[in-house]
Write a protein that binds this ligand. Structure first.
Ligand SMILES: NC(=O)c1ccc[n+]([C@@H]2O[C@H](COP(=O)([O-])OP(=O)(O)OC[C@H]3O[C@@H](n4cnc5c(N)ncnc54)[C@H](O)[C@@H]3O)[C@@H](O)[C@H]2O)c1
Length: 389
């Protein structure tokens, strides 16, 4: 490590931190994990071991870590319900922050964090690691080169998302806890919204969606979402489930198409990429940007290199907290649309109950006459009654 390496303090030593973030940062030339914090002893020990730090650099909370250590920036890799206090404390201490997704469970909280970062002149970036996957970059490149003409529609399938638990020592099922996660598979895979914006090269203008709970009938979080995202020109469909359905994407252009699939039609990026096929008036080409390769580590390396350089060079990171806030609003709009049976424009109104309260704000809104829940307790909403499809 060089003497001038930027010093990163890591908050939350869960699976993603230990398996992805710490190794990626410590592969960088110019940054180093110098301290770790987590209230669970076994987790802080796991973080310390991977970061190869002495016991003196391991803490039970962010504030204890920041009191004791000289830091330049912070990674907030904790569940979203506890993110805000940590992030705002870091800004007050003059530190820049890169946040795991989702930025928060409520858009109102996301806005407050961003406001605090702005007023204190801090950098605030997102772990939007899907932006770095080679298959998505290749799609964007082919579209930019005019290979499919004008973009009309992109169908993205994530119907085989693994319902991966958190680490055993904390709360392995926190992703199924509405208060802690703010939703189910959609909050877990909130990547789909910034990815849609990246692929379309524009911002989501509105959402129309189905949200259901097909395999977890007694839980308050969803495991199944079909969303149509409206762009100024064109659409993205997002099909998402904690299930065993297909993955991949299909692009429709005015003069061509692109199809990309993973091994055995599984869902990316949890499986090996197979190939991407471009078909247009000049014929058919097959690309294999990362066939047979595990590239998740590479994308975390690219992500951390970008944020480190943003801090060092005083520029914006590739993914800003504003992008994270827009992504969060799109998720809440999807929940609203699915539960209330209407198209929801974006951005949300700042007096919208889901803007203020997150998905539980839906309980304040009268449901649509057609009850998509069929009596299920999704999001803790009251069943409308005996409705049939
Ligand atoms: N970008 C990605 O591809 C990706 C992948 C996995 C997880 N994530 C996100 O990363 C975050 C962590 O997920 P995970 O899979 O590591 O979960 P996890 O359950 O394995 O770990 C969460 C950790 O946070 C710790 N924690 C809770 N409250 C804390 C606090 N106040 N201060 C410090 N630590 C605290 C817990 O003790 C636990 O060790 C989530 O926001 C998740 O959505 C992102």
């Amino acid at each position: 490590m060089s003497e001038t390496a930027l010093r990163l303090g890591v908050v939350g030593c869960g699976n993603v931190t230990v398996e992805r973030h710490i190794p990626a940062v410590n592969r960088l030339e110019g940054a180093r994990v110098v301290a770790v914090a987590d209230p669970v002893d076994a987790r802080v020990a796991a973080g310390r071991a991977v970061a190869e730090l002495p016991e003196s650099q391991a803490f039970s909370s962010f504030s204890a870590m920041a009191d004791a250590c000289e830091l330049d920036y912070v990674l907030a890799a904790v569940p979203p319900s506890v993110r805000r206090a940590i992030v705002e404390d870091a800004f007050e201490r003059g530190l820049d922050v890169i946040s795991e997704k989702p930025l928060a469970t409520r858009p109102s909280e996301a806005a407050k964090m961003i406001e605090r970062a702005r007023s204190l002149g801090r950098k605030f970036g997102m772990v939007h690691n899907y932006l770095f996957f080679p298959e998505y970059r290749l799609v964007r490149e082919l579209v930019d080169q005019g290979e499919v003409g004008a973009l009309r529609h992109i169908a993205t399938n994530f119907l085989g998302v693994p319902d991966a638990p958190g680490n055993d020592e904390y709360r392995p099922r926190w992703r199924h806890d509405l208060d802690e996660a703010g939703g189910g598979v959609l909050m877990d895979m909130i990547h789909v919204f910034y990815l849609a914006e990246y692929l379309m090269g524009d911002q989501i203008a509105g959402v129309s969606a189905v949200v259901d709970n097909l395999g977890l009938p007694n839980e308050q979080v969803e495991d199944f979402v079909l969303a149509h995202l409206y762009f100024p020109e064109g659409y993205v469909s997002v099909n998402l489930s904690w299930s065993q359905g297909p993955g991949g994407l299909e692009v429709t252009g005015s003069s061509g198409r692109i199809l990309a699939f993973y091994e055995d039609f599984k869902t990316g990026p949890f499986s090996t990429f197979e190939d991407l096929t471009l078909v247009n008036e000049t014929g058919k080409k097959v690309y294999r940007p990362r066939r047979g390769q595990e590239v998740i580590d590479d994308t975390f390396d690219a992500l951390h290199l970008d944020f480190f350089e943003a801090v060092r060079d005083d520029r914006d990171p590739v993914a800003t907290a504003e992008d994270g806030a827009r992504t969060l609003q799109a998720a809440l709009a999807t929940y609203s649309s699915g539960m209330l049976g209407r198209r929801v424009p974006l951005p949300l109104r700042v007096d919208d109950p889901v803007y203020l309260e997150g998905v539980v704000g839906l309980r304040q809104i009268p449901p649509h006459e057609f009850d998509p829940l069929r009596g299920k307790p999704l999001f803790g909403m009251q069943p409308v009654g005996d409705t049939t499809l």
